[in-house]
Design a protein around this ligand. Structure first.
Ligand code: NDP
Length: 239
């Protein structure tokens, strides 16, 4: 049984992760930002602890990690940086505030949370950190410049953290989903989603369970020799 902190656990992929690690018998705390009702429901059905905090604010992250460690009964042994937001816009219309919000949430949030759990992991001489990136961080998406840049930033964060933290017994990897059927994509509309299915070689949208399966593997003892790697879960989309 591990003590696990997951960001963005109230919905979508993060909710799937909370459920999967709950079924695994782990002790889970998760962070969410706004959606109290959904978070309460996840907490009630899974037994996980819900913590309201904005991952883009380092002070809130500090407080959230303290709350998580109290609730879990010890330092965080595994961190999954999943909280994220997207923005679809032609580049010339992206405002300074939007650029900052996308970078602060998707990239800085992962840095702040990782930094906060490290002292516990380093003292224990073991730990697992898994970032949820995106295939767009690998191949770039038209009209998603800020999002793609933030997710590409997670690649650099993964590589340098993996090198720096391996001697402390901590592995750091990144799972990069393709198009997954969650609220993040609901705004795309039926026609666009159908076109995305057509572009996906396996011929369907991914599910939160597809992503959880990859994360569970990287979290398992079987993956203890794997660090600094990127596991794409996209049905072949970015090939
Ligand atoms: P959803 O929009 O369904 O859920 C996002 C989650 O992140 C929610 O729990 C939300 O909390 C939380 N969140 C957002 N901003 C913050 C913040 N500032 N502080 C704390 N929590 C926050 O997203 P998905 O499940 O689709 O995506 C999860 C991750 O997977 C993201 O990093 C995304 O970029 C990545 N991804 C998703 C893909 C997809 O196709 N869906 C494809 C590739 C990558 P609340 O409910 O309170 O708003």
């Amino acid at each position: 049984m591990k003590r696990i902190l997951i960001s963005g656990g109230s919905r979508g992929i993060g909710r799937g992760l909370v459920e999967a690690f709950g079924r695994n018998g782990d002790k889970v705390a998760f962070i969410y930002k706004n959606n109290h009702e959904a978070a309460e429901e996840v907490a009630k059905t899974t037994g996980a602890v819900a913590i309201c905090a904005d991952v883009s604010d380092p002070n809130q992250v500090r407080r959230a990690v303290k709350e998580a460690e109290q609730a879990l009964g010890g330092s965080v042994e595994m961190l999954i940086n999943n909280a994220g937001i997207s923005l679809i816009s032609v580049m010339q219309d992206v405002t300074d505030a939007q650029w900052r919000e996308i970078l602060d949430t998707n990239l800085s949030g992962a840095f702040y949370l990782s930094r906060e759990v490290l002292s516990g992991m380093i003292s224990a001489k073991k730990g697992r950190i898994i970032h949820i990136g995106s295939m767009w961080g690998k191949v770039g998406a038209s009209c998603e410049v800020a999002y793609s840049a933030a997710k590409a930033g997670l690649r650099g964060l993964t590589l340098s953290m993996a090198k720096e933290l391996a001697p402390s017994g901590i592995t750091v990897n990144c799972v990069e989903p393709g198009v997954i059927d969650t609220a993040m994509n609901a705004k795309l509309g039926k026609e666009t989603l159908a076109a995305l299915v057509d572009e996906t070689p396996v011929g369907r949208l991914g599910t939160p369970e597809d992503v959880s399966a990859a994360v569970l593997f990287l979290a398992s003892d079987a993956a203890s020799f794997i660090t600094g790697q990127f596991l794409t879960v996209d049905g072949g989309f970015a090939l």
